[in-house]
Design a protein around this ligand. Structure first.
Ligand SMILES: *Cc1c(COP(=O)(O)O)cnc(C)c1O
Length: 233
């Protein structure tokens, strides 16, 4: 029998331990509960035990759950985002973690104008250059962010996001996270308008400890909170 409160307890202790071990304050690290495929009653349960932010990768699923739960929790779009799905989530999300192309920036700008809002976004970076992965290559991130900063005033870029390669050695995972942190520091120095490099969204159930050691401010955790996902429901 899965117990969300015990799982959360354990993860929070882990986060505290790792943060302490590398001289960071655990309060600077947001535990984002990844709730894709998880029923809303379990999302509610996690909220009862202190989860303030949840991440979904499918816009329609986010939108459906939002109708039931609303603003009692903050919603994050963490998965790749099709341009024609932006309209479902634009007025519901705290943060989009997956801005990875100009056509998407353009659509976010357009929809944000319609709602008269500003939308916070992280730029997703494909550090490891796996073909299967979404995200911008590290060397193209600066010019992408410059362009967004100049052209899309309804987008506030607040940091970077990446996913480590699956089944990689720990040292490879670490170097991916380290590269993202370095890139973030470099871009921060440019002091671009409407850009504030404060968030690093990196680390999942398997590798959040390494991510925290390398500077993560948001860890995205699903399986360790809610158990193994069942995609067939
Ligand atoms: C599913 C997912 C996660 C969570 O993965 P777990 O291994 O279940 O913790 C994190 N980030 C993204 C982008 C995801 O799609």
């Amino acid at each position: 029998m899965m117990s969300i409160d015990k799982n959360l307890d354990k993860i929070r202790h882990n986060i505290e331990d790792v943060a302490q071990g590398c001289g960071r304050d655990f309060k600077d690290i947001l535990l984002l509960g990844v709730t894709k495929t998880v029923d809303t009653d379990l999302v509610e349960e996690a909220m009862k035990y202190g989860i303030t932010d949840v991440g979904e990768n499918k816009p329609q699923e986010l939108s459906r759950k939002y109708e039931l739960i609303g603003d009692r929790v903050k919603w994050h779009q963490i998965g790749s985002l099709q341009t024609n799905k932006v309209k479902y989530i634009i007025d519901k999300v705290e943060l989009i973690h997956s801005l990875d192309r100009i056509s998407l920036a353009k659509e976010i700008q357009k929809r944000a104008e319609q709602h008269d809002i500003t939308v916070k976004c992280l730029v997703q970076v494909n550090v490891s250059k796996e073909e299967s992965k979404h995200g911008i290559y590290a060397e193209d991130v600066e010019s992408f962010i410059r362009k967004c900063s100049e052209k899309y005033d309804r987008i506030k870029i607040t940091g970077l996001m990446t996913m480590a390669p699956f089944d990689a050695e720990k040292e490879e995972v670490r170097s991916v996270f380290r590269d993202l942190k370095k890139l973030s520091d470099d871009i921060s120095k440019l002091k671009l308008p409407n850009v504030e490099m404060k968030d690093l969204s990196m680390g999942m159930s398997q590798d959040f400890d390494i991510a925290i050691e390398e500077g993560a401010t948001i860890v995205r955790i699903g399986t360790s909170i809610f158990g193994k996902r069942n995609y067939n429901k």
